[in-house]
Design a protein around this ligand. Structure first.
Ligand code: AMP
Ligand code: ZN
Length: 466
């Protein structure tokens, strides 16, 4: 039904997007671990997921979007060692793990709203789905893919020939080159915890009874269980950041295959990282900027969203203060030019510009090019100004730039950008005493419905007939 083409990490190719049910998309996005604020790198990934969602909507799909909130089980190493990030956050901040989760979940939702990211159709908290996780682990166990160690129930990756396919993992190579195992009891370096046992010395705040003993779920099992609960498997589309390819998503796939014999999802899409001058930005690296940091420095939250459009989602985006300043001034400029376009409720978007805009996004979400079409639309003198306004508002539904909140301003009854451009050219012509050119430009200005007069204060443009 569409010519949308996407890069699928599973096939490593850009191919036409397809769904299991016509016109419907089941979409799962791995959500935040709520032990701290989201940093702007995380937010890049959520803006990317939102762009996908909006493009699908514009293509006529009904999208059922599920996002989890990881409020237990994500350990500091991303693997199976270290402390639970939630429990550590609680200890450091002198609050309970539950309070920490609620606080940072609210902060996360506030960031999404400020970036005009649509809320998922369904939010799901890991701690609300412990029975589903236990059931999934039971199925994996019944199908012979688990073993027990002193600290938990582990997935035995050697029992699954398909393991690692998403990331094209070279299991044999990794096995040979594996460093001394952190966990001596693990059979293979890639094996991962499905359920971890509480230990007396830990005194966990978040723990549950299970058939294997008191403890808590592994991070990966959360997504396998909740995705199956709300979307069924296989579903259509799964998103996350590129760091999830080799471990988290690889393990989600392994678990679901082991539990149900099904692949988790047909399409896998991954957003590349936001980097700081060649460094990775991470909560654990201790060098992270939040949306609020940018706001405190005087930027509008949507200026950050603008910045994310300047790189394709499969490329690194390098953050710098200069790039952020440039994004802010570009967005201000767009808002100013947009405000100058008169509103006319009867005006419909321009088909030609909308088609070009849509085509850029259908081409594996080429946001930088879509942004270029927005700029062209602002300035396209062949299109009447109220139509330009209507076109930009339609584009804003897919590639938000905060335009729906920009009023047609009163002072904006000044000349539109293309008349401004002509006035500027006329000024230059007059400065070089090129009267012929100056008159020709006056004619062009008149053709756009504006009259220019030369006064002691300089040239003044007014709408023709006023
Ligand atoms: P976390 O809260 O650590 O689970 O991460 C939330 C999301 O942000 C995941 O989809 C990660 O892949 C993604 N992510 C983490 N760091 C970055 C970064 N520097 N740039 C873009 N995405 C990131
Ligand atoms: Zn996940």
């Amino acid at each position: 039904m569409t010519s949308l083409r996407l890069f699928n990490t599973w096939t490593r190719q850009v191919t036409p997007f397809t769904t299991r049910r016509p016109g419907e998309v089941g979409f799962y996005s791995c959500g935040p671990t709520v032990y701290n604020y989201a940093h702007i790198g995380n937010l890049r990934t959520y803006v990317f997921a939102d762009l996908v969602r909006r493009v699908l909507r514009a293509e006529g799909y009904d999208v059922r979007h599920v996002m989890n909130i990881t409020d237990v089980g994500h350990l500091t190493s991303d693997a199976d060692t270290g402390e639970d990030k939630m429990e550590k956050g609680a200890r450091q901040q002198g609050r309970t793990a539950w309070e920490i989760a609620d606080f940072y979940t609210a902060a996360f939702k506030h960031d999404l709203a400020r970036l005009e990211i649509l809320e998922p159709t369904i939010w799901c908290k890991a701690t609300d789905h412990i029975p589903q996780m236990i059931e999934t682990v039971r199925q994996i166990e019944a199908n012979g893919h688990t073993y027990r160690t002193s600290d938990g129930i582990y997935f035995d990756t050697a029992t699954q020939p398909e393991y690692g396919q998403l990331a094209r993992l070279d299991i044999a190579g990794q096995q040979a080159g594996a460093r001394v195992a952190v966990n001596e009891e693990k059979r293979n370096p890639q094996d991962f915890a499905l359920w971890k046992f509480s230990t007396p010395e830990e005194a966990r705040q978040m723990e549950w009874e299970s058939p294997w003993g008191r403890g808590f779920p592994g991070w990966h099992i959360e997504c396998s269980a909740m995705a199956a609960e709300y979307l069924g498997v296989p579903f259509d589309l799964h998103s996350g950041g590129v760091d999830h390819i080799p471990v988290h998503h690889t393990n989600e796939i392994a678990q679901t295959l082991a539990a149900s014999g099904q692949l988790l999802a047909d399409w896998w899409i991954h957003g590349e990282f936001l980097v700081l001058k060649d460094k990775r930005m991470g909560k654990s690296e201790g060098n992270f900027l939040t949306l609020q940091t940018l706001v405190d420095a005087g930027h509008a939250p949507m200026a950050y969203r603008y910045l994310t459009y300047t790189a394709h989602y499969r490329s690194h985006l390098t953050y710098s203060e200069e790039a952020m300043d440039a994004a802010s001034s570009a967005l201000r400029n767009i808002h100013k030019q947009f405000a100058a376009l008169p509103a006319d409720p009867g005006a419909a978007p321009n088909d030609r510009l909308m088609a070009r805009f849509r085509d850029t996004l259908r081409d594996d979400l080429n946001a930088p090019q879509a942004l270029a079409v927005v700029w062209e639309t602002l300035r396209d003198a062949t299109v009447p100004t109220p139509v330009r306004r209507a076109t930009l508002l339609a584009m804003d539904e897919v590639l938000p730039l905060g335009l729906s909140h920009v009023e047609a301003s009163v002072e904006s009854s000044g000349p539109p950008p293309e008349v401004e451009a002509l006035l500027h050219r006329r000024l230059e012509a007059r400065a070089s005493k090129d009267w012929k050119a100056s008159d020709a430009i006056r004619g062009e200005i008149a053709a756009l419905g504006w009259e220019v007069r030369d006064t002691p204060q300089g040239q003044v443009a007014t709408p023709a007939g006023q």
